[in-house]
Design a binder for this molecule. Structure first.
Ligand code: NDP
Length: 448
């Protein structure tokens, strides 16, 4: 059996009941087959793949807190410090009831390659909790964040592990987490990114993932002699990534006609009104029904079981920006039947493996999340740099660096794909380019 196949079986056997982690590993290993098989004995002797798929450290902890009725609640906390070969662990915290060890491991594993692709010195990590922020008061959110940090603080630091936000963790949560860290450690350091602008945050960090997604989509289009101008775009999600992807795509002349949340989706043929969407989601933290109620041109569709709605709308470009496995084979078939040109992932692993293969086999340009949503973590690394030099850069400076980083990622993944005989396969290109740098650093640092 080849080393790559052995490692996939090893991962399934050692990490039972973690299907998302298996899926993430499978996608990466398939892409790496051509690299590994060219030098199989050396990789096997070094157990490089076993080391790559095994986190350096896994931290699981209890998070007790008291709700507004005086009832004690208990959640599970996670931090996976996956790989520090090229820099301190870096990756977000997710607060969502679906969070479990397998989900955090899949996200941490993806993060290794994504962070490598940014060209910046950051290793891979991820964390979070099965806490559900929905419907909680600000006071409950604060108590939960303080309890979470009361354990997490001992494992993180500006030069060891620097968490950020993810689903359910935005500016409000980062503020509470940062305050508690500072109180316990008595140091003012850049231990978290996504901070507010008054206490060490970076301009353009809020916008970075969505903007970066559109910048790389634009690079792809340019490379194929096209532009965003006049394109119809469907977007899923209505959170941080989706909102700023819609904003940037519309600034570049495209029309985004959909968005979605966990209970329903909007079709707005006139183009999504971003300011209204921000008001509904960022300020009121309300459902998309409120968007539809305030906008005549919008249709609201309740989410039906197993259906993802937005992918049935005719479009040139699809940007999945909500969550993992939200675009399956049926959705991919609907997109292809409607003539989609490109699918670029804003979320982490939003497309199933079958959907990705179908899209690629049917000539759709496809960029996977670890490349196309890397603008968020890249800008987090820029926030770390600003914190270290105790300076703040202008919005334009950060945005220009982000554009340069996304253009570079596109160039690197295209070239890696070409070099290994897979021209136009940006999934293979991203996995190979991300892996080679990490593998090189791991080999240089010996058996650790
Ligand atoms: P947010 O919490 O801001 O928004 C998530 C959006 O997706 C919300 O609209 C939410 O609906 C919806 N959603 C979440 N879970 C589900 C689900 N199980 N089913 C259907 N809809 C769901 O998160 P972000 O925008 O920050 O993150 C979105 C994706 O992008 C995630 O995959 C994340 O890992 C990835 N990502 C984020 C980065 C960042 O910088 N924020 C960086 C790189 C990747 P509702 O409004 O109902 O909660």
């Amino acid at each position: 059996m080849s080393y790559v196949d052995e490692i996939y079986d090893y991962v399934v056997a050692k990490n039972q009941a973690q299907p998302e982690f298996h899926q993430a590993v499978k996608e990466v290993l398939e892409s790496l087959r051509v690299v590994i098989e060219a030098n199989e004995e050396e990789y096997r002797k070094q157990a490089l793949l076993e080391r790559l798929v095994t986190p350096e450290r896994q931290i699981l902890f209890r998070v007790p807190w008291v709700d507004d009725n005086g009832q004690v609640q208990v959640n599970n906390g996670f931090r996976i410090q996956f790989n520090s070969a090229i820099g301190p662990y870096k990756g977000g915290l997710r607060f969502h009831p679906s969070v479990n060890l397998g989900i955090i491991k899949f996200l941490g594993f993806e993060q290794i390659f994504k962070n490598s692709l940014t060209g910046l010195p950051i290793g891979g990590g991820k964390g979070g909790s099965d806490f559900d922020p929905k419907g909680k008061s600000d006071n409950e959110i604060m108590k939960f964040c303080q309890s979470f940090m009361t354990e997490l603080y001992r494992h993180i630091g500006a030069d060891t592990d620097v968490p950020a936000g993810d689903i359910g963790v935005g500016g409000r949560e980062i503020g509470f987490l940062y305050g508690q860290y500072k109180r316990i450690r008595d140091v003012y350091e850049g231990v978290l990114t996504g901070k507010g602008l008054t206490y060490g945050g970076s301009l353009a960090r809020t916008e970075a993932t969505g903007y970066g997604l559109v910048y790389i989509t634009n690079e792809l289009l340019k490379d194929h002699g096209q532009t965003m101008e006049g394109k119809t775009v469907v977007v899923s999600g209505a959170g941080n990534v989706a909102i700023y992807a819609i904003q940037k795509a519309q600034q570049l002349g495209a029309k985004c006609v959909t968005c979605s949340d966990s209970t329903g989706w909007i079709y707005d043929p006139e183009g999504i009104d971003v300011e209204l969407l921000k008001e509904v989601k960022e300020v009121k933290r309300a459902r998309l029904t409120e968007y539809a109620a305030a906008r005549k041109s919008a249709e609201y569709h309740e989410k039906k079981n197993g259906e993802h709605g937005v992918w049935n709308i005719k479009c040139d470009i699809a940007l999945p920006c909500a969550t993992q496995n939200e675009l399956d084979l049926d959705d991919a078939k609907a997109l292809v039947a409607n003539g989609v040109y490109a699918v670029c992932e804003g979320a982490n692993m939003p497309s199933t493996i079958e959907a990705t293969q179908y899209l690629q086999q049917n000539g759709v340009q496809f960029i996977c999340g670890k490349a196309s949503n890397a603008g968020g973590v890249a800008t987090s690394a820029l926030e770390m740099s600003q914190n270290s030099e105790r300076l703040s850069w202008t919005f334009e400076e950060v945005d220009a660096k982000l554009q340069g980083i996304m253009a570079n990622i596109y160039k690197n993944i295209s070239e890696a794909a070409k070099k290994y005989g897979k021209e136009g396969d940006y999934v293979a290109g991203a996995n190979i380019a991300g892996f080679l740098k990490v593998a090189e650093a791991m080999k240089a640092q010996g058996i650790v």
